[in-house]
Write a protein that binds this ligand. Structure first.
Ligand code: 5GP
Ligand code: ZN
Length: 141
């Protein structure tokens, strides 16, 4: 896609710090790392979000993510690695080309903001009502 910054990275028109690449995906360092080692994995074929990406690209991303996560574990020995993926402006998706964030928490680094939420028990009736709404809308493939 013409004006897409990540498509430009795929085409080599904008530089990136590459971590891993195969025919379907590219993994590179995020330029605004939440923690050291923050890496993005993107499909080479443009798709905006989880609703648009093909099954093939999605599979390729997740297989590659396992490879990159294994490498991170070996190279950085982090406390853990969070996988984060945003869909839509309403949840702060900034780059509208599907990407999976791999965010390691280095040893001794503060907890990631996105993994530190408070556990507050929900209203079970409301939980069930909403889950039923979602379940009712699931498409049987
Ligand atoms: P999101 O869309 O999930 O909110 O995040 C987009 C991510 O892409 C951000 O973490 C941002 O730092 C990263 N990003 C934006 N532009 C570039 C770029 O040109 N190069 C790299 N390496 N990362 C980028
Ligand atoms: Zn793109």
């Amino acid at each position: 896609m013409e004006d897409c910054i990540f498509c430009k990275i795929v085409k080599g028109e904008i530089p990136c710090t590459k971590v891993y690449e195969n025919d379907d995906v590219l993994a590179f360092a995020d330029i605004n790392p939440i923690r050291d080692g923050h890496t993005l994995i993107i499909p080479k074929v443009h798709a905006e979000n989880i609703w648009e990406i093909s099954g093939e690209s999605l599979t390729a991303i997740h297989l590659a993510s396992r490879k990159v996560a294994a490498a991170m574990k070996k190279a950085l020995e982090p406390e853990g690695i969070a996988f984060v993926q945003l869909n839509g402006r309403g949840v702060n998706q900034i780059v509208m080309h599907y990407h999976l964030h791999l965010v390691p928490r280095p040893k001794g680094a503060p907890e990631l903001p996105l993994t530190g939420w408070e556990m507050i028990p929900g209203d079970m009736e409301k939980i069930k009502e909403i889950a039923d709404d979602i379940a009712g809308a699931v498409q049987i493939a």
